[in-house]
Design a protein around this ligand. Structure first.
Ligand SMILES: [Zn+2]
Length: 145
């Protein structure tokens, strides 16, 4: 039984394969092993190879044959078009991720800057306020008094 969740994971796997290709030419096996190493999970060869083939049909990936020992290994790399597509895709993702992060950030009650980590908290007039630093907390209190 396939669920929508499976489809999502499959898409994430494909996305991740693209990031590996984006780093440079790879043979199929090294895509599989990088995937496993970095994500700590297996990706099935029956997902990777057909996906590479599809990308190749669309002109986004090309391969060269390189003899390694007695075997010929296919080295896959992104074409110029494939690289462009990835750049666009990653930019879009980057935006999505930063929007999600921004939304969860607190702003300094004094200067209004985003507080990425830590920050300084103080209870003022019975209310907890967040500041980026002690100095901001200080000027905030100065202005109040
Ligand atoms: Zn501040």
């Amino acid at each position: 039984m396939k669920s929508e969740f499976d489809d999502l994971i499959v898409d994430f796997s494909r996305f991740y394969i693209l990031t590996i290709l984006y780093e440079g030419p790879n043979h199929g096996y090294s895509i599989l092993s990088r995937f496993r190493k970095r994500l700590g999970k297996e990706v099935s060869a029956s997902l990777v190879y057909p996906f590479l083939k599809k990308l190749e049909e669309k002109g986004l990936v090309m391969h060269t044959d390189k003899p390694i020992g007695e075997k010929n290994r296919k080295i896959f790399e992104l074409t110029e078009e494939g690289t462009l597509l990835c750049t666009r895709l990653f930019k879009r993702f980057d935006k999505l991720v930063s929007v999600a992060i921004e939304a969860s950030l607190e702003t300094c009650a004094n200067c209004g800057c985003k507080v990425y980590e830590g920050g300084h908290r103080e209870v003022i007039d019975g209310k907890e306020a967040t500041f980026c630093c002690v100095h901001c907390a200080h000027s905030y209190k100065e202005e109040l008094s």
